[in-house]
Design a protein around this ligand. Structure first.
Ligand SMILES: [Zn+2]
Length: 226
């Protein structure tokens, strides 16, 4: 069975359990991992991120079940363990991270800026015991200085993107360190696309950063937001 057939069979089989007798699915080259659907009575159509293309059958079925249960508005749940294990394996990152990077436009694709090296920022955070070193992590500056969103990350792809607005001799490295730390907290929480982004536990981790108040003051002064 080829991968498109497997995708369709998984959604069709699981769909029957939820009362859908006409179900189709196809892969889409979304930049971010995403599943979109259209549905009406007994009928549903899915666009699934092509990052799932080579997933084994049990992972496909687990994904389909989570989505149908979400549509049926059952209790919120994350994807099942077998899917999360598959998504967080080194093999997945090795294959899909370069693909993700090639789809993201506004990136320099390097952590080394003109004035600030984000690898050093990462090393500082590891040395301070604020994060664990992850060999799969990829850090990059944006090409254009984004001011609406100064930090961004893909938890799934283990990519952290920092706005080049901080790659300047007039801005203390404390700021890029802090923004990087913020994004690394997202990564440490793991892939949970249906979960809360900035919950209470997130903020308590954020407060572990020793110069948090100073960094927040700076962000405010520069009219930048995380
Ligand atoms: Zn955040």
């Amino acid at each position: 069975m080829d991968t498109v057939e497997l995708l369709n069979e998984s959604f069709r089989t699981i769909g029957m359990n939820y009362g859908y007798d006409s179900v189709t699915a196809e892969y889409c080259e979304f930049k971010e991992f995403k599943i979109k659907w259209r549905r009406s009575c007994g009928w549903a159509e899915f666009d699934v991120s092509d990052y799932m293309m080579d997933a084994p059958p049990e992972v496909m079925r687990g994904m389909a079940d989570t989505i149908f249960s979400k549509i049926a508005r059952k209790v919120r749940k994350n994807y099942p363990k077998e899917m999360l294990d598959w998504l967080t394996a080194d093999e997945f990152i090795e294959k899909k991270q370069p693909l993700y990077m090639s789809r993201a436009r506004n990136l320099t694709r390097t952590a080394v800026g003109e004035h600030v090296d984000l690898n050093e920022a990462y090393r500082r955070l590891v040395d301070m015991g604020l994060t664990n070193f992850d060999k799969n992590l990829r850090i990059t500056w944006t090409r254009q200085p984004n001011t609406h969103r100064v930090g961004y990350c893909s938890v799934l792809m283990k990519v952290v993107i920092i706005s080049s607005v901080f790659d300047s001799p007039s801005i203390p490295t404390l700021l890029s360190d802090y923004v990087l730390y913020h994004e690394l907290i997202h990564l440490s929480k793991g892939f949970d696309p249906f979960g809360q982004r900035h919950g209470i536990d997130f903020h308590s981790l954020e407060r572990m950063y020793p110069k948090r108040e100073e960094a927040e003051e700076w962000l405010k002064r520069l009219h930048l937001r995380l």
